[in-house]
Design a protein around this ligand. Sequence first.
Ligand code: GDG
Length: 469
Amino acid sequence: MSDTRPLVVVANRLPVSRGEDGWRASAGGLVTAMRPVMDEVGGAWVGWSDDADEVPRRVDGLGCDLHAVKLSRAQVRGYYHGFANRTLWPLFHDLIKQPVIDRRWWTSYLEANRAFADATLEVLEDTQTTPTLWVQDYHLLLLPQMLREAALQAPIGFFLHIPFPPPELIARLPWRDQLLSGMLGADSIGFHTARFRDNFIRSVQRVFNGVTSLGDTLVLPDGRQVHAVAHPISIDVDEFSQLATSQETEEELSALREQFAGRKVFLGVDRLDYTKGIRHRLQSIELLLERDPELRKEFAFVQVAVPSRDDVKEYRDLRTEVETEVGRINGRFTEPGHDVPVHYLYRGVSRAKLAAYYRLADVMCVTPLKDGMNLVAKEFVTVQAAGDEAGVLMLSEFCGTAIEFGDDVVPCNPFDVEGLSYLMGSALTLDEEDRRARIRRLAEVVRSADVYRWVDDELHAIEQGTDGP
Ligand code: GDG
């Protein structure tokens, strides 16, 4: 990275959690990727915390200062549970659920973005050198413009971690002008894919007159230029490769191999979210087992479903639906004296256990109905290749990762439940050497564009955005 300005990241959450032995850095891709940059140039992270008054300024292993944003319970309900997760999330994921339009939530969203802006400006008051400001994700769409209006010299970047939908969907939001203007406050706006970026550019041109686009550059009516770029996020490849063969992972794997001996293991790893296609996947498995009685004794499907947003009704409903489906499949197809076909874990597992599951899987099912990128797919191929495994990746055509992965996956349309069930059956028949070669090639794709490259590309684009093309 050529820029030596300090970096101020602004994201919904701070990258720390409170355990029994105090505060510690969370293990997330963004945090891992940011660590070397923060260690080099220093900086700060601004984010909301439930314990805003108690968050320490520094935590071991994070080279930046922490600044907590304080929000009232009512603001969190309206801004986070409401507008972010029940309006923007379903709308940006192609209306898999109907978005709720509620003016009170919008007011909370405005207030919360304002609180983030105030906290960021306070950080800047204490900073000697002008930093780069990097705003993350759909919770903070209004923030770039709020920061720009404060007439800062700092370059401002924004990255959207979820899809950006076509203009016809953006048009449904009563606040589309404000939301797009909010994003346009940035010098550089990053998306996972060129399609999301193009959707954004077309939305801006549909809503505002006099905006021209030249390649990646938008020229606003006042002459200001904004770069809209496609930078696919990725993972820390070395970290996952080492984890794949660590002693802890090997121990977990031996135990799992014993437990699932004689069975073909299908795996799903997702937050329990309706965008991830878990219900469709289960229905396909039900059809597969219905058609093939022989498979029932030789098959196991493990679904790790990490609890998510259980304050939101649609997520509680989803949990009930998924658990009903799991119960029905196990009730229908468990053979007396044999293990159940579906192993459903409503919890997160340790990283070593996650890696052991990735290595164990004969078929990894990454079948979201819509997903900005999907890091699970990238982690799976990396861990499999490091362990010299020969699993198959079934990958939905509706996630960002599919664009990078091409034909070495089993591509699938998760809406076609019956078609998915046939693909699951045929995934088991692929030749082993072919499977191993595919995994290796996919792991190379991930290695050639890891998360450090993503950070680098993003920060370069932000830096360049301030000087024009
Ligand atoms: C959003 C976008 C985009 C999962 N289960 C366990 C566990 N995980 C970790 C995985 C992976 C992460 O959670 C999930 O990342 P995804 O990318 O798959 O999905 P979202 O959470 O929806 O993320 C997505 C992403 O942002 C980044 O921009 O790719 O499209 O929706 O890293 O490993 N980790 C552990 N135990 C688990 O049980 N330790």
